[in-house]
Design a protein around this ligand. Structure first.
Ligand code: NAP
Length: 248
């Protein structure tokens, strides 16, 4: 899999799964544009690290939930590198609690970043990729967008929304040689899941046939495949990356 010279935007690319995606895509030769929102130190440190390995990387601060910010993210990428070959919509947040306790703002913020943020970036990148007549869009959903989860009515709605968005956009852009797919990770060890209690982690572990929690690299390896020409005949799909947690 060779991504030499491909320009990739990774939203939320400085932390967790996104950081691993940025590093892995860069290691396969892609020019990576690392979007971040609050983690400027981590983003800059990652850019330095990649540059020290002779790789090309650039950081752009943007709140992807904001339409204008997402537009600027794509515009700045074009100004700097002239094209966008790969968009990985990875940025996401949680605000978990039972619906009886959930505030309206918990719902709105999670939808704004996870779902509208994905739509915002797709919208601005689609214009570019349509002109290019090529592109790969990879949206990070979640298994809970398929199976639901207690305490995540906001998050699972957003992640299910990403699946609908992915399928509709795949149909819209197929004629222009643009593939749009989603990845549904299960339980991946990052800051997002570090807050869960040991009991909950053990409960997940018991239901994972491969008997381990996921690593960010489990997701980033799949992103590389979906970014490469080896996946040119795959579009509109949701691929679970969950150790067999959900089989459907
Ligand atoms: P994480 O470590 O908490 O990282 C979240 C990332 O999202 C950070 O890089 C953060 O950037 C970025 N972000 C948040 N709000 C943003 C905004 N408004 N604009 C731009 N970036 C923003 O989470 P993770 O576990 O790596 O999750 C990555 C993705 O995988 C998410 O979409 C998540 O829902 C999904 N996922 C994770 C798991 C899991 O088990 N970990 C399972 C299924 C799906 P800053 O730090 O710069 O603010």
């Amino acid at each position: 899999m060779d991504l030499t010279g491909k320009v990739a935007i990774i939203t939320g690319g400085a932390n967790g799964i996104g950081r691993e995606i940025s590093k892995t895509l860069a290691s396969y030769g892609a020019i990576v544009v690392v979007n971040y929102h609050s983690s400027s130190d981590k983003a800059n440190q990652l850019i330095e690290e990649l540059k020290n390995h002779g790789l090309t990387a650039y950081a752009i601060k943007a709140d992807i939930g904001n339409y204008g910010d997402a537009e600027r993210l794509v515009k700045e990428t074009i100004e700097k590198f002239g094209k966008v070959d790969i968009l990985v919509n990875n940025a996401g947040i949680t605000a978990d609690t039972l619906i009886l306790r959930m505030k309206e703002t918990d719902f709105d913020q999670v939808i704004e970043v996870n779902l509208k943020g994905t739509w915002n970036c797709c919208k601005h990148v689609a214009k570019i990729m349509t002109k290019q007549r090529s592109g790969k869009i990879i949206n990070i959903s979640s298994v809970v967008g398929i199976m639901g989860n207690v305490g995540q009515t906001n998050y699972s709605a957003a992640k299910a929304g990403i699946i609908g968005l992915t399928k509709s956009l795949a149909r819209e852009l197929a004629k222009r040689n643009i593939c749009v797919n989603a990845i549904a990770p299960g339980f991946i060890e990052t800051k997002m899941t570090a807050v869960l209690s040991e009991d909950i982690k053990q409960m997940y572990l018991a239901s994972i046939p491969l008997e381990r929690l996921g690593k960010p690299s489990d997701v980033s390896n799949l992103v590389v495949f979906l970014s490469s020409s080896l996946s040119d005949y795959i579009t509109g799909q949701v691929i679970n990356c969950d150790g067999g947690l959900l089989m459907c």
